[in-house]
Design a protein around this ligand. Sequence first.
Ligand SMILES: Cc1cc2nc3c(=O)[nH]c(=O)nc-3n(C[C@H](O)[C@H](O)[C@H](O)COP(=O)(O)OP(=O)(O)OC[C@H]3O[C@@H](n4cnc5c(N)ncnc54)[C@H](O)[C@@H]3O)c2cc1C
Ligand code: FES
Length: 267
Amino acid sequence: MPLEKGLVIVHNRLSHDMYQLEFISPEMAARSKPGQFLQVKVNALNTPLLRRPISIYDVDKSLGSITLLYKVVGQGTEAMSRIRTKEYLDVMGPLGQGFNTSPPGRKILLIGGGVGIAPLVYLARVLKAKNYQVKVLHGADSRRNLVAFEKLREIGVDFLPATDDGSAGFKGLVTDLLATKLKASQIDYIYTCGPDAMMKTVAAYANANQIPGQVSLEEHMACGVGACLGCARQLKSSDREMVKICKDGPVFDIQAVEFSVQGEVSR
Ligand SMILES: Cc1cc2nc3c(=O)[nH]c(=O)nc-3n(C[C@H](O)[C@H](O)[C@H](O)COP(=O)(O)OP(=O)(O)OC[C@H]3O[C@@H](n4cnc5c(N)ncnc54)[C@H](O)[C@@H]3O)c2cc1C
Ligand code: FES
């Protein structure tokens, strides 16, 4: 599996626990597809031992760079936040199955919750470059965590935020924004990533309106390459087979997944 040490050229704190890190790796950038992820070694020590999976947030092929967006939630991401510019980031990837970047229809809706916006931004860039009409809904607790706003504006897609506290855009859940402000006839294909409760509601909406789409799932990972069964999960309770989120996913068709929500991991 391709390993790379990429020179970190940007590492910014975007809000109290969200960071953006850009590093140079022309070959990895050329191979990366929206929805794929990298296994990041968060520091030079072996503590924590395991690499951490982080989505490819954006790619600049002309510069040969990859950008990551991450939220500090524990030891690994906290160690990552201490990496400095001009240091080298040890990454493995790109890994996993990415999004379908040739969806049917022209009217495309992307719905991200929290840091679940991360894999949708490069997707927005690629779809926009193919002349799809792309609308992005992003739900966050407040304005300060609508961290993808600048990139989405630069890409030139329609952006509709929803915040819990009403500090920007729609006041309330991003799924309420979907249900009350959008018509199903305006959507040919849906992509979503975020907390399971959010994706469950989006999937129910897609199914009720017979809109095809894809979801990006999250699971605790160890190897990240299909070798350890650490991320094995049943997509539906009726499925006989387990899938490996790292190798068979993290992207799956929205109709293939049943969200039970209780006790499941979320971003
Ligand atoms: C395919 C994939 C892509 C991801 N992309 C991103 C991304 O772009 N940006 C980002 O910020 N995060 C992303 N994540 C989640 C990220 O990998 C975890 O937040 C990170 O591994 C936590 O490491 P830690 O050592 O800081 O926290 P830990 O100390 O390991 O855990 C802290 C808390 O986070 C929870 N947690 C840990 N790992 C996961 C996980 N995989 N899913 C859900 N909850 C978890 C733990 O249960 C615990 O409550 C992604 C995960 C996957 C599987
Ligand atoms: S993390 Fe090892 S099989 Fe998926």
